[in-house]
Design a protein around this ligand. Sequence first.
Ligand SMILES: NC(=O)C1=CN([C@@H]2O[C@H](COP(=O)(O)OP(=O)(O)OC[C@H]3O[C@@H](n4cnc5c(N)ncnc54)[C@H](O)[C@@H]3O)[C@@H](O)[C@H]2O)C=CC1
Ligand SMILES: CC(C)(CO)C(=O)C(=O)O
Length: 303
Amino acid sequence: MGGYYGGRLAQQGHEVSLIARGEHLQALTEDGLTVESVHGDFYVHPFATDDPSEIDPVDVVLFCVKSFDTESAAVGLDELLDDGGAVLSLQNGVDNEEMLADIVGTDRVWGGVTYIFSTIKESGVIEHTGGPAKILFGHYHDLGDEPPERSTLAETFLEACEAADGMTADYTPAVHATLWDKFALICAQAGLTASTRQPLGRVRETDESWGLYRQVMEEVVAVAHAEGVRFDWDPVGKWMDAMGEGSGGQYSSLHYDLTHGKRMELEALHGSVVRRAREVNVPVPANRAIYAMLLPQQADSSF
Ligand SMILES: NC(=O)C1=CN([C@@H]2O[C@H](COP(=O)(O)OP(=O)(O)OC[C@H]3O[C@@H](n4cnc5c(N)ncnc54)[C@H](O)[C@@H]3O)[C@@H](O)[C@H]2O)C=CC1
Ligand SMILES: CC(C)(CO)C(=O)C(=O)O
């Protein structure tokens, strides 16, 4: 995801540095970044490093690591941000912004969600196979507090995203509701496509499975309500309508990780639902079952 959005902004002429590691970093440094996208292929060659201290302080950091890497990848983040700079988490889950706020301060964190299917096809090559490639973000703040005014930097970033090819963006003051709205979707989409190993279309045409898809979302939204998150819309109805039509070929990043022997973000998804539900005394049997079924299949399992 970082390669896709960073690449798109670099393609637009913005000064972008990529932070990566291993063979991917080596390919980015030597050969540049190739993006194969349903919105149009492109190639850019921005500076790439695994050491944030090699980059002069920046306006915006797009934080695009898996949730289990949030803490380790945030080392050096404070120094990487310019005074007044912001870090935008595009990660799935509802725990990341809080962790970043503890490290750099709440007022320097933007919460965000994105709708895209993209993966590292091979070192130095990103494949974007679907999704609108849209970012929805807003200033993070404590739940219950009034959202801050939209900053000039947020305006500038929004304009940059809107002007870039192959992506779009929008700003929202309802950052908590937005994070939980996406959380509900991803728990259902990831949970059902990974545990059945079937694409959305197969889940949809199987009444029992489609019913479970809805139940997973209803449980997540119930936990959100119990924590005090308020929605001006009906997330479950919205997603059942949206996912109930269109391409049936979609899976999820969790399914990709499961089927490619990569570590899954289970703790940030269904694990987080289960733990939070326990705190607020909300039953979440569907999320618990998915968590329990996928846990033993975790790639780093010691069993
Ligand atoms: N891939 C997708 O289509 C979507 C992903 N997401 C979310 O976005 C987040 C990122 O997902 P992906 O881009 O798929 O993950 P990914 O695993 O493909 O990419 C993350 C990259 O960060 C690198 N990395 C981790 N820690 C690092 C460090 N300290 N220094 C340098 N590099 C480091 C990893 O080696 C990896 O190459 C996840 O929370 C995921 O759920 C959300 C929507 C769609
Ligand atoms: C919603 C979805 C399925 C695609 O954007 C996603 O976030 C993921 O696969 O991680």
